[in-house]
Design a protein. Structure first.
Length: 337
């Protein structure tokens, strides 16, 4: 009977959906939020003289021998949280750094299936320029792209594409400052924005040629399966540039049948990053081309399953309890067997 460790925060509906399937499969599971460490939970790693390792997690229940875990799902963990009695900001930052480093090491050191993958692989796969490079090398079409801090390069790119471009952030689109939250979507710059182009020298930006859209696609790869859902973002002027602006109550979602070669390349891109899960964003153009935009190693999918019935929760549960050697153990060089 496999034992699954789920790393997530309270109220995670995605985790609830998969845990329901794990129970149906008679799998054991433990839920742990790394945000409870080290304030409300303890973890230990021990070594004997031969270098053999023991790993233990002590949360609110009995100690868990992490070496006995068969798979770990890094679903949506909270960051390390200092104990409330630590009030000094410098000490708090030290606890966050030290605790985060230690917990990330523990999860990566486990010799078991990791979904979506090892922490180091997740970090690497989150680099958008690297995503484009690998996707292009695998034969997926990508938009003409410039990543720059040079205003002149940006203006030349604008001119070359007759102003038909989009810009987006290099890393996290969400930002919290002074208790306020900001989200930076993909945006179509206007001629008025060019007056501020000199500000690009202060921070790198991704700019891409605008790709005409019939529909946008979210392709969720789970193991060696690719689930494609089309999002009819072009029905709304508000969401034409980025479907995430869409009012989902008015959206139109449908299962999309990917050509085999495109599905295979999507799966291959995920495995190229030593992952076994990834949410890819593509554009399906009016002339029938598939254009890759980016991949999110921890992308959401539950709303797509609820809208279309596509069985992603079952696929994730199957992967977590799988004994398939391609995904169950990592080889010494980090590639899947």
């Amino acid at each position: 009977m496999p034992h699954v460790l789920v790393l997530t925060q309270p109220g995670d509906l995605h985790a609830d959906a998969v845990i329901e399937r794990l129970i149906q499969r008679q799998a054991r599971y433990t839920i742990f939020d790394p945000g409870d460490f080290p304030s409300n939970a303890a973890m230990s790693v021990s070594y004997d003289r031969s270098g053999l390792i023991g790993r233990t997690l002590l949360g609110s229940g009995r100690p868990l021998d992490l070496n006995a875990v068969d798979s770990i799902w890094c679903r949506r963990p909270s960051p390390t949280t200092p104990a409330p009695e630590i009030e000094d900001p410098i000490a708090q930052e030290c606890v966050r750094d030290e605790g985060g480093t230690f917990s990330a090491y523990i999860w990566d050191s486990l010799d078991c299936l990791s979904v979506p993958g090892k922490m180091r692989s997740i970090r690497h796969a989150s680099c958008k320029p690297e995503q484009l490079s690998r996707a292009g090398a695998l034969g997926l079409e990508i938009p003409p792209t410039l990543v720059t801090t040079d205003p002149e390069e940006f203006l030349d790119f604008w001119d070359h594409h007759d102003g038909q471009i989009i810009t987006k952030p290099l890393d996290n689109p969400s930002l919290g400052v002074g208790g306020r939250s900001f989200v930076r979507f993909s945006e179509v710059p206007t001629t008025m924005d060019l007056a501020s182009a000199d500000a690009i020298r202060f921070c790198p930006v991704i700019t891409q040629a605008y790709v005409p859209k019939l529909v946008e696609l979210r392709v969720t790869v789970v193991g060696d399966r690719a689930f494609a859902v089309e999002i009819d973002s072009q029905r709304s002027n508000h969401a034409r540039g980025d479907w995430r602006k869409y009012d989902s109550t008015q959206g139109l979602y449908a299962v999309h049948s990917l050509p085999d070669e495109i599905a295979e390349r999507c799966v291959r891109l995920v495995t190229e990053f030593d992952l076994n899960y990834g949410a890819l964003d593509l554009i399906f153009t009016p002339d029938g081309r598939y254009v890759f935009l980016e991949i999110n190693p921890g992308g959401q999918w539950l709303w797509l399953e609820e809208a279309t019935g596509i069985p992603i929760a079952d696929a994730v549960a199957d992967l977590l309890v799988s004994s398939d050697e391609r995904f169950s153990r990592s080889s010494t060089n980090g590639a899947f067997r």
